[in-house]
Design a protein around this ligand. Structure first.
Ligand SMILES: CC(C)(COP(=O)(O)OP(=O)(O)OC[C@H]1O[C@@H](n2cnc3c(N)ncnc32)[C@H](O)[C@@H]1OP(=O)(O)O)[C@@H](O)C(=O)NCCC(=O)NCCS
Length: 234
């Protein structure tokens, strides 16, 4: 993940309603804004937060002071990012998503509209569980569909795909396509976001099944629950 750079000095290029400098609007003077990062004037970004170069923070968002957001990210309307959350580069966080403490998103993660993270497994209003937050890691390139719920403490693997409305309760393997409540694996998804076709046993290795992306032709090998692009096996 790249770190934020100094703010741009060219005020004229800032679109109306957007803020490009710390200390303006509701963007604290102690915020680090990377070059070209823009925050809508209705959003709050607290002192200490870091937003990487070229990122966009849209209407009514709230980024807390301990949050670190990478470069070229988009935070849609009404996104909340709590303290301690890290977001890699090029993440797309759609409207109404809250990233609670304990959530970590690697690069290229897509969070669909109104999907839900959690950070306490057994909440009770009358019991403080602030020191029991569980970690949820979303690995590089994973997508989470609209209105899905991720029960805390899981890892969603690289390029995994969570269907709309799914409830994820367990770790998700790389490239897995998950759907339903509770979420079950219904297939495998390519890095490009196409459901992988099964080609058959891999030539020369009976323990591996060959899969193929219908969109790009890229080949993958599956051994049990482990899928990897063929070129990563060499
Ligand atoms: C999971 C998903 C990728 C599957 O797409 P697909 O491969 O084209 O799947 P199909 O539509 O062919 O459906 C295959 C089966 O899975 C079921 N299915 C599809 N999506 C499902 C979902 N989200 N939850 C439960 N079941 C689902 C279908 O009903 C169908 O079942 P059937 O074989 O018994 O009829 C897609 O449905 C989805 O949820 N995409 C996320 C969309 C989204 O949230 N976008 C956010 C940005 S706007």
């Amino acid at each position: 993940m790249s770190t934020a750079n100094a703010s741009p000095s060219v005020k004229a290029s800032v679109p109306p309603g957007m803020i490009a400098r710390p200390g303006e609007g509701h963007v604290g003077a102690g915020v680090t804004l990377g070059a070209g990062a823009l925050v809508h004037e209705s959003a709050y970004v607290d002192d200490g937060a870091s937003i990487g170069a070229g990122s966009r923070v849209w209407h009514f968002c709230h980024v807390n002071g301990g949050a670190v957001i990478g470069a070229r990210c988009s935070l849609g309307q009404n996104v909340v990012v709590m303290n301690g959350v890290t977001v890699g580069d090029n993440a797309r966080i759609q409207n109404n998503v809250s990233l609670y403490e304990g959530v970590e998103l690697e690069d290229d993660v897509f969070c669909g509209p109104s999907m839900v993270f959690t950070n306490v497994i057994n909440p009770r209003s009358s019991v403080s569980r602030k020191h029991e937050y569980q970690r949820t890691l979303v690995r590089r390139g994973a997508s989470i569909g609209a209105n899905a719920t991720i029960v805390c403490g899981v890892t969603i693997g690289r390029h995994a795909f969570i269907g709309a409305g799914a409830v994820v309760t367990r770790d998700v393997p790389d490239f897995a396509l998950m759907a339903g409540v509770p979420a079950r694996r219904i297939g495998w998804m390519s890095e490009a976001g196409h459901r992988l076709d099964v080609v058959g046993p891999h030539a020369g290795d009976a323990t591996a099944e060959e899969l193929r992306c219908p969109g790009t032709g890229r080949r993958y090998l599956r051994r049990g629950d482990m899928v990897t692009p063929v070129e990563e096996q060499q």
